[in-house]
Write a protein that binds this ligand. Structure first.
Ligand code: PMP
Length: 418
């Protein structure tokens, strides 16, 4: 447990790869996995992964609390998923038509997710959210979409985080509301002039760089009622939270069903699979739109999806993530107290989110997460983290050992808060 403490990791192979990458990859790296905006203690390139652990290209081992930003829910290389993948790979993957497992995967999702009567498959979360909005527009004949201000629903010009490469026209059909504030949704309906095809929402507020916020059941019910009143589709973006909060739809426990939902990340335990689920009312519109992709019908990710979704229930994965997440949260709380550092932990424990008080520029969280990475634990300074069902008490203990030192580093650099 303690062998990683005080050991500074050597990353010469990573440094050489980064240098080569800068010559042939714009900026050396792009997108959410870019380590360019991370503290220097982070590796960019990884070599292998198993269970709750990852190894960088220099062979340094880490407890992985990012789980590939969500896709890995059962742990890297889960035996049942790998078996299903190997069996399907031996038969065929990218073929001239889908395999039988596409129907099986659709049946499984329709069975698991209460609101769903049908399923379509693609690759990324962005595919799924985009298809949801297309189905909603095809069904309603309307253009406008309401989204929560600050929410992320994919790397399309509609939602991408940066203005470069995006035209005002790309966003002309969007109006924004505040999560958990129904009056602001009503105002956005007014701004849209009633021409609302869809209201898109995430199961809880998980905007990067912010505190997380659970949904108020009243807000969820009012949103459902509003969509029914104005004839708009309620679209649930389950891409990040799907299957981590509830074994099926995230709002199922509060009894609010969306019309359409977008899934990806965790549904294939790391294999590239996205799904759009919808209610019967929207199946005609889903039949009419044309969406496709060269790799969308691959059989291996669908076999992985079936094995993953089955194992999530059979192995009680959500319960394990909740238990480990609670241990981590309690541990962090007492470490911060012990170090005299003010923090806030928000949202579901299985998707931890740590913010330092008064840390608007993320200087404290960067010092903390860099120190923690250097001590063998991968977290993120601005984005929520992810537990998997492979995390053990030993992993959490190891993470907390590293974090104890992380808080000391913050204290040395910024002083005590109280
Ligand atoms: N919606 C949410 C809530 C997400 O977190 C993400 C990815 N972080 C997406 C959509 C887009 O998914 P992808 O990156 O797979 O396209």
């Amino acid at each position: 447990m303690t062998e990683v403490i005080n050991q500074r990791r050597i990353r010469t192979i990573d440094a050489a790869l980064r240098q080569r990458a800068r010559s042939v990859i714009p900026g050396g790296m792009y997108g959410h996995l870019s380590a360019n905006a991370l503290p220097p203690e982070y590796p960019q390139f990884y070599q292998r992964s198993k269970g709750a652990h990852v190894w960088d290209v220099d062979g340094n081992e880490y407890v992985d609390l990012m789980c590939s930003f969500g896709p890995v829910i059962l742990g890297h290389k889960h035996p049942k998923v790998e078996q299903a993948v190997a069996a399907q790979l031996a038969r065929g993957d990218t073929q001239s038509g889908p395999a039988a497992c596409m129907v099986e995967a659709a049946e499984l999702l329709v069975d698991r997710v209460t609101h769903a009567d049908w399923a379509m498959f693609a690759k990324n979360g962005t595919d799924a959210t985009t298809i949801c909005l297309m189905v909603a527009r095809a069904a309603t004949g309307r253009s406008k979409v309401l989204a929560a201000a600050g929410a992320y629903h994919g790397a399309t010009p509609w939602f991408t985080l940066r203005p470069d490469g995006v035209t005002p026209e790309d966003r002309a059909n969007f109006a924004y509301y505040q999560f958990n504030d129904i009056a602001s949704v009503e105002r956005a309906v007014g701004v849209a002039g009633g021409d609302v095809a869809a209201i898109i929402v995430s199961p809880f507020k998980h905007d990067a760089g912010s505190d997380q916020e659970l949904v108020s059941p009243d807000f969820a019910r009012q949103l459902r009622a509003l969509c029914d009143r104005i004839g708009a589709a309620l679209v649930m973006d389950e891409v990040r939270a799907g299957f981590r909060l509830n074994d099926g739809g995230s709002w199922e426990p509060i009894g609010v069903a969306p019309d359409l939902s977008a899934w990806s990340k965790a549904i294939g335990n790391g294999y590239p699979l996205a799904a759009v689920l919808g209610s019967a009312k929207y199946s005609d519109a889903a039949t009419r739109i044309f969406v496709t992709g060269s790799f969308w019908f691959q059989a291996v990710p669908m076999a992985a999806g079936i094995a993953t979704i089955t194992a999530i229930r059979e192995e009680g994965a959500i319960r394990t993530m909740e238990r480990m997440g609670a241990l981590l949260r309690e541990g962090i709380e007492s470490l911060a107290l012990e170090a005299g550092i003010g923090i806030r932990q928000t949202g579901p424990v299985q998707m931890p989110n740590l913010r330092f008080i008064g840390d608007e520029n993320f200087a404290r969280s960067s010092a903390f997460s860099g120190a923690v990475a250097d001590r063998g634990v991968i977290v993120h300074p601005r984005h929520n983290w992810f537990l998997s069902a492979a995390h053990t008490e030993g992993d959490i203990e190891r993470a907390l050992d590293a974090m104890r030192e992380g808080f000391q580093v913050v204290r040395e650099q910024f002083g005590e808060d109280n």
